[in-house]
Write a protein that binds this ligand. Sequence first.
Ligand code: ADP
Length: 491
Amino acid sequence: MILIVDDNQSNLYSLQKLLESKDFQVETANSGEEALAKALKNDYALIILDVQMPDMDGFEVAETLADYSKTKEVPIIFLSAVNTDKKFITKGYASGAKDYVTKPVDPEILLLKVKTFYNLQEQNIAMKKAQQNLELEVKGRRESQVTMKSQIDHFHLMLESLPQIAFTLNEAGTVDFVNGKWYEYSDSEQNFPEIYPDDPDITEEFERCRKKGKALELEVRIKNVVSGNYRYHLLRVTPVYDEGRIKNWVGTFTDIDDQKKVEKEKDEFLSIASHELKTPLTSIKAYVQLLERKLKLDKESSEAGFVAKVQGQIEKLNTLITDLLDVSKIENGKLKINKKPVNLENLINNAIETIIQTHDQREVKIERHGTKPDILISLDEIRIEQVLINFLTNAIKYSPDNNQVIVTTFVDEEAEEVRVNVTDFGIGIPDFKQDAVFKKFYRVEESSLQFQGMGIGLFICSEIIKQHHGSVGVSSIVDEGSTFYFTLPLN
Ligand code: ADP
């Protein structure tokens, strides 16, 4: 907007019309006082100021405007009919004018000057605004840098106080912070601790996870720099997200060596105990069979019933010991899988038949659904049957009020796998405990008192399926039932 100041109404009017004809927005003032009041209130890109005015002349107005920060940068063009000699022009410039035009005004020249000043001032204003914004942004960034720095310091302080070895890695996977504990196992910040030769390489394993954007969890033995001894540690490296993308990684090594030693001793004990129990049990089984044959008891007699009960209990004990032996075989990497082409449908029917024969007819009702996998699949027949029998036994055991079990099979040609579901309508498993049921010795607390067991059946199942390159899983709703499944690759 342009302000025209003149005490002569007709001059004001003609100048206003001239500028408005060129699309300038114009305001007018009749006196120096009015001009000052308006200039302090509004933002003008240019002031055209008549020099000769009563009371306050143009020079005084310009000098006053130059004293205020709001108006001191506004360009002024003086208009004057007289005072054309050099002395007055100099005074005009000295009092803050940017240009000087004498009356009678040549409209073309005035317009040219107005346009130049107007544009210059507009650019000036835009530049000032940009500068202000820039300053604000710099200030904001500086502030957030300070906050971030204090947050990082706080975070590092927290990592320092952890009992574990803790470190952070940047987005590219380079270690950029380590806590004091790190130096018990490494001599420099950049190098991961030295690992036991047989254990997986940390850098390689982490790179694999970093590329997939997934957390790493690894048990490794690392070397203490002082004692030179290796100790088992659980390494965890987790991505830290910022606005949906990985910003950096936080890692810890937790010492699990003592725990590992106790676990090893327990495994050794289990292995010895189950082996030692197996031999006398096999003899007991043989002698009871012998006794049964020798006694030639009447099938209806109570003695025959007792012998049958003894045999049933021996069978249960045998299963328990076999399971324990399986666990120790898994621990020692000695669970052997002997694959050969087997018709899966026949295998499923055999397993169902075994369950029906070993349970009271009123206790179970097994339905068969889905596409029948009447195909040959390379697998260990005994072990896969063991998995299915385990799923079915659990389905019956954990459904005290419902005797219905459904076995459903799906053949997925595209994924090249077959899936076997065992569905029951029993007690179900709480959401957050579903993954844990495949862990060794895990039993769901809520039901562990009501149902007997050791919590190793599903662990063995998952190891068997793992060795067949398949997967196991469960979906379940408490009080509605569970579906346990396993998949096997078709090839
Ligand atoms: P066990 O039955 O001897 O305890 P498993 O390894 O077979 O051991 O099962 C582990 C746990 O999973 C069980 O203790 C039980 O809590 C839960 N579970 C397994 N199958 C079912 C099922 N069909 N319904 C509900 N809970 C189940």
